[in-house]
Design a binder for this molecule. Structure first.
Ligand code: NAP
Ligand code: ZN
Ligand code: ZN
Length: 347
């Protein structure tokens, strides 16, 4: 086994603390990545606090992993030692179901293996994430990164990037569309960047009036403070799409009223608690309330290549791993500008 160190939550009630553990020895198709940076996703916080249930502890969070390949298995053909490489939210899947066959491993019928808080395909070995110094991943789930982009600012693309890129591509959001991005945090700020790059007219819907200047710098054309009834009324029935990145319970009915006929409200934000939906929020405008889960491996590579071509990365605050609790506190207050990334040299 390979000795690894990281930060883990031992239970849903305990804060993250240093923890030593082991990674598997490399199989013929495995790649070992020494982790340089790991992004901090709100999903990390939901999971270490076990807000979604079923948490596997000890838990090493982190699924926005970038670093350098330090070893490859005997049959690895697509990576060499010294390459930049990344891993996102998944490290394996059944590979045989109809969704896996189409590169939609995020919808694996038999259950994919997430990067942490999950079990390997053997059904018993827990996985540990990227708040650590090194990771071993099957080459099919490792992504190629561009040398052109800042590496730390590339890390959040592996989750916040693909999670916003995938639905925008799926619904063909682009020129001629009015897109609202609800919530300007890690996912939201990437949603703005991709929406603008794809040619949509982008409005940020935010609870934080203080984020307006940032929203415009990110490329948003309009900004609405959701607590202002006049601004909300003026936006009634005006959007083709809402990309909802909100992490806490909120009233979907309120936002559905902002959609045009045939408009689609796409949930990517995953509040732990249910929210009541009135059928009459959908019926009069033939509206859809939809969801989207990260993105498949081929599309993740496509997104990374798109980012390299369009010079898109995340706006980040680099932190030392010992400051992770403070970062979570700020995240809970909506004070993320716009993704925390852990410098793993601080481990
Ligand atoms: P984040 O950086 O904390 O951003 C969330 C934003 O939501 C906040 O900055 C805030 O923006 C807004 N917000 C927070 N509480 C709110 C409330 N009570 N009412 C209205 N708005 C509120 O989080 P993130 O990392 O972007 O993740 C967002 C959500 O997406 C999380 O639930 C996460 O688990 C989920 N997620 C889902 C997927 C997927 O595959 N579907 C992938 C990754 C993450 P404003 O200040 O602008 O209002
Ligand atoms: Zn994430
Ligand atoms: Zn599958």
């Amino acid at each position: 086994m390979i000795a690894a160190k990281g930060y883990a939550a031992q239970t849903s009630e305990t804060p993250l603390a240093p923890w030593n553990f082991e990674r598997r020895e490399l199989g013929p198709h495995d790649v070992q990545i020494d982790i340089t940076y790991c992004g901090v996703c709100h999903s990390d916080l939901h999971q270490i606090r076990d807000e979604w249930g079923g948490g596997i502890f000890p838990m090493v969070p982190g699924h926005e992993i970038v670093g350098t390949v330090v070893a490859v298995g005997s049959h690895v053909s697509t990576f060499n030692i010294g390459d930049l490489a990344g891993t996102g939210c998944m490290v394996d899947s059944c590979r045989t179901c109809e969704n896996c066959q189409q590169g939609l491993e995020q919808y694996c019928v038999n259950g994919n293996t997430l990067t942490y808080n999950s079990l390997e395909q053997d059904g018993k070995t827990p996985t540990y994430g990227g708040y650590s110094n090194t990771i071993v991943v099957h080459e099919d789930f490792v992504l190629h990164l561009s040398e052109k982009l800042d590496l730390a600012a590339t890390a959040p693309l592996l989750c916040a990037g693909i999670t916003t890129y995938s639905p925008l591509r799926h619904w063909n959001v682009g020129k001629g569309h009015k897109l609202a991005v609800l919530g300007l945090g890690g996912l939201g700020h990437m949603g703005v960047k991709f929406g603008v790059a794809l040619g949509a007219e982008v409005t940020v819907l935010s609870t934080s009036a203080r984020k307006e200047e940032d929203a415009r710098k990110l490329g948003a054309h309009h900004f609405i403070v959701t607590s202002d009834p006049d601004q909300m009324k003026a936006a009634n029935a005006s959007f083709d799409f809402i990309l909802d990145t909100v992490s806490a319970e909120h009233d979907y009915n309120q936002y559905l009223s902002l959609l045009k006929v045939d408009g689609v409200h796409i949930c990517v934000g995953a509040p732990p608690t249910p929210s009541a939906l009135l059928a009459f929020s959908l019926i009069p405008g033939r509206k859809s309330l939809a969801g989207s889960n990260i993105g498949g491996i081929p599309e993740t590579q496509e997104m990374l290549d798109f980012c390299a071509e369009h010079n898109i990365t995340s706006d980040i605050e680099l932190i030392s791993i010992k400051d992770i609790d403070h970062a979570y506190e700020r995240m809970l207050k909506g004070d993320v500008r716009y993704r925390f990334v852990i410098d793993m040299a601080s481990l």
